[in-house]
Design a protein around this ligand. Structure first.
Ligand SMILES: O=C(O)CCC(=O)C(=O)O
Ligand SMILES: [Fe+2]
Length: 264
């Protein structure tokens, strides 16, 4: 968190080279969610870094590379062990989901988010509703709440156990599990007196992996809910369009046309 604070406070000219870079730039700094396509501004500053297989990180602050390397490695180990638990929870062998997504050569992104205290009464939006484009996300925050999760038709504030991570299921998990897991719809609000920071560590398959449902999970008569989409295409699509709930997932969804009288 300290290193992130320093990162956000670094001189504007040092950040300029990463400012509003394209969606696939390995280091990106910005305000709002890719304001160039979104049009709207949100109360968020962010720093995004591709972290694995290769860490891309600004040269200053000096300790950032070391801190980010360790944070990425530790959270990656945890995320990969969660992948085995996810596989077992689906009734599959523990390594099946990792094997299907080739997670041994996974791709990882770190994001530091900073939200200002609320400017006035009521809630401001820090980050609009979305699901994460990757497989699994770990989110850690600085003790100031603001993450909301859409559940049962309502927005619920997610308050962590002290020192705990949130685990957020992403779109690639929804695809590989043939819809058994859902990419969680979430957003960030600003409402407090204190600035909020969150650290996101997300793993995904490597960029050229075609992600599709594990065939064993389509054997229940429902068929395949999703077609295979290359992860890099999915990520570019989600990051280049207006962030709109879970609309990005529609590019992978199998559309079924049901004509009256022909359902059997
Ligand atoms: O800051 C938060 O609580 C949410 C951040 C988030 O959803 C993201 O960076 O994808
Ligand atoms: Fe997110």
């Amino acid at each position: 968190m300290e290193a992130c604070e320093e990162l956000f406070s670094s001189p504007e000219e040092e950040k300029a080279e990463y400012l509003e870079a394209g969606p696939m730039a390995p280091v990106r700094v910005g305000s709002g969610f890719y304001a160039a396509v979104d049009g709207a501004r949100y109360w968020r500053d962010y720093f995004k870094m591709f972290a694995h297989p290769e860490l891309h990180c600004p040269a200053t602050p000096a300790k950032l590379r070391e801190v980010a390397t360790e944070y990425a490695a530790t959270t990656r180990r945890l995320l990969l062990s969660l992948a085995t638990a996810v596989s077992e929870s689906l009734g599959l062998a523990s390594g099946r989901v990792s094997e299907a997504m080739r997670l041994d050569s996974c791709f990882q992104i770190l994001v530091a988010n900073r939200y200002p205290p609320a400017a006035g009464p009521g809630l401001g939006l820090g980050l609009p509703a979305h699901s994460d484009h990757g497989f699994l996300t770990l989110l850690f925050q600085n003790g100031v709440d603001g993450l909301q999760v859409h559940h049962g038709g309502r927005w619920l504030l997610a308050t962590p156990l002290p020192g705990a991570f949130f685990v957020i299921a992403g779109d690639q998990l929804e695809i590989v599990s043939n819809g058994r897991y859902k990419g969680v719809l979430h957003r960030a609000v600003v409402s407090g007196e204190r600035a909020r920071m969150s650290m996101v560590s997300m793993i995904s398959p490597c960029l050229d992996t075609v992600v599709e449902p594990v065939p064993e999970l389509a054997a229940d008569g429902q068929g395949l809910q999703f077609r295979g989409v290359r992860y890099i295409d999915y990520m570019e699509h989600q990051q280049s369009n207006k962030l709109s709930g879970k609309a990005a997932l529609d590019i992978a969804r199998v559309q079924r046309v049901v004509t009256a009288g022909t359902q059997n």
